[in-house]
Design a protein around this ligand. Sequence first.
Ligand code: DC
Length: 334
Amino acid sequence: MVVIRGATTIPCDQKEEIQKAVGELLEQIESRNGVKIGEIVSIVFSSTSDIHSYYPAKAAREAGYASCSLFSAQEPDIEGGLPLCIRAMLFVEKDFAPKHVYLRGAKVLRKDLDKFNVAIDGPAGSGKSTVAKRLAADYNILYLDTGAMYRAVALYALESKVDLENEAAIVDLMRTLKLDVVYENGVQKTLLGERDVSEAIRKPPVSMAASTVSKYASVRMKLVEKQREIASKMSCVLDGRDIGTFVLPEADFKFYLTASPEVRARRRYDELTAKGEVVDFVELKAEIIRRDEQDMSRALAPLKQAEDAVLIDTSDLSIEEVVAAVKQKMQEKI
Ligand code: DC
């Protein structure tokens, strides 16, 4: 006898959602384990206390699981637990190494089984990095700020007094680039050689320079290779411009955040002035618009929404609301 475990989530407490999610979960458990319905002796479901509208066991019965015994129970409320979650335990009359299956938002429960990646793209000031940091902290996974890598290249070029528009000179410079991304207490630090440049790369002149050097294939490919390598090893949230379209087209969850230029410029202005920078709002807004144009019009991996990314306009939303919207979408995406 083998016991296979699985879990999934639903976007809202509705009969149809429960039926769909249960059918999908059982089908995936069967296909990934090579199990046939007749070999299943019993299925025990438990669902979180926010699910009332249907019994998962009933949904399973209707989906054709009629020959095995079925049981549903409700879990007690757990502070901070994953909401709207259905768990299943299948007892199978066979002997093999089981593959446990965690789908949709429940992927975050078993990072040890399957790593997952969340891609968040969008223009400057759309809220990507704040939301990405929050998600990474909530799910206890890595946050990779890919913009920081382009910024580090830009800082290196600026300090080396290389003409940013001279592609050949930038290509040359890339040969001596020693860029590293390390983590200290879960916080990303960007290193140029031994030097921690995490603060220096946030200075306003570096933003436009990062956008300019990011046009070049030699820069992009070197950084993309590093980003893919990190993402292939562990679950992480990556934010940038081309994560969903180019870096990780197979990412489990994809989001595209946007906001009006006015709102984005206001956020950047508040961020910079809080750090004591003296900036002109009108200039900042014009620069953000210019940077958007440059990022959207470059030939290689331009800023654009992936076809399968969820679009969220954050103009009138608080951080809490954006995080909630992202998590809600993760509940329904297989
Ligand atoms: O997200 P940010 O403002 O730190 O990014 C700085 C610049 O780096 C951005 O204007 C374009 C470039 N970039 C990119 O081309 N691809 C990414 N994945 C991330 C950033």
